[in-house]
Design a protein around this ligand. Structure first.
Ligand code: AMP
Ligand code: MG
Length: 284
């Protein structure tokens, strides 16, 4: 299904067999939890024990939209969904097709990105891996995803809340809504959140982030392209995020030796983009 962030593989979150099939289709480790998507705010009670006042305020302000809240899990939700954790990640997406699908099912939907584990997410149906496409019953084409990066994952079981994965809703947006700061440092425990694996969101071609590209190098630039294999990217972080995966899928399709990405500005607005580029990058 399309969402405003990236395409997701949707299964009934209450069906443990379906969830297990989903993990094997993605090649995703079983301890890597899924985001549960709801269409109506009341459905939160089907998967989470409680909506704390802070969580309620954030849901009110940012849902439907690219903010995922980590809450305490209800025992009825299969533990396969949460990778055995006692918390559950919940989001109410904004895309009308996702909302209709979940609404028609009438149950919460677990939906990780429609790619193989560690690979680039799909922001258009053309990006979906053929093996993933062959393993699902149906693909709903909702056109390009507007946000283009995965949701912000926020752990609201802690006070102050902590960003586990930066995304479509910025740290500044959340701090403004709460009227106070978030925890500054991400958790060092890499299991806490799948997006916290050191390598993730990666094209098959080795990717390097550099200050500026040499004239012969292919990749993403902010300046005038020096060759046809250079793609000029927007200087606005929201517009950049929206076209990033499409640009990387295109370059990946060229089977280059390497993709070079000109480093974005080192400011808070770019946190999610910088996070994805550093995880996509090949070591040093
Ligand atoms: P994706 O690979 O797009 O499905 O991303 C799933 C995201 O869900 C990960 O990056 C995690 O941050 C998040 N997640 C899901 N469940 C939990 C949980 N119980 N605790 C923390 N993070 C979670
Ligand atoms: Mg993913």
């Amino acid at each position: 299904m399309p969402t405003e962030t990236v395409y997701g593989i949707a299964v009934d979150a209450m069906n443990a067999d379906a969830v297990r099939r989903l993990f094997s289709l993605k090649g995703r480790p079983a301890d890597n939890p899924l985001i549960v998507h709801i269409s109506d705010p009341w459905q939160i009670a089907q998967v989470a024990l409680e909506l704390t006042p802070i969580a309620a305020r954030l849901a009110e302000r940012f849902w439907p939209g690219p903010l995922t809240l980590v809450l305490r899990k209800r025992p009825e939700l299969p533990s396969e969904v949460t990778g055995g954790l006692n918390t559950v990640a919940v989001r109410r997406p904004r895309h009308p097709v996702a909302l209709s699908l979940i609404g028609l099912l009438g149950r919460p939907v677990a939906a990780p990105s429609a790619n193989r584990f560690m690979r680039l997410s799909a922001t258009r149906v053309e990006h979906i891996d053929p093996n993933v496409a062959a393993g699902v019953d149906m693909i709903l084409d909702g056109g390009p995803c507007a946000v283009g990066l995965e949701s912000t994952v926020l752990d609201v079981t802690e006070d102050p809340p902590r960003i586990l994965r930066p995304g479509g809703i910025t740290r500044g947006d959340i701090q403004a809504a709460l009227g106070g700061p978030l925890s500054a440092k991400p958790r060092s425990n890499g299991r806490r959140s799948p997006g916290m694996y050191p390598r993730h969101y990666a094209p098959e071609t080795p990717l390097h982030v550099v200050d500026c590209l040499q004239p012969g190098q292919r990749g993403l630039v902010f300046v005038s392209p020096a060759n046809p294999g250079q793609i000029k990217m927007p200087l606005d972080p929201v517009a950049y995020a929206s076209s990033l995966y499409d640009a990387l899928h295109k370059l990946d399709g060229l089977r280059l030796d390497a993709i070079y990405v000109q480093k974005p500005p080192d400011s808070q607005d770019w946190e999610a983009v910088i996070d994805r580029l550093s995880k996509a990058a090949d070591g040093a």
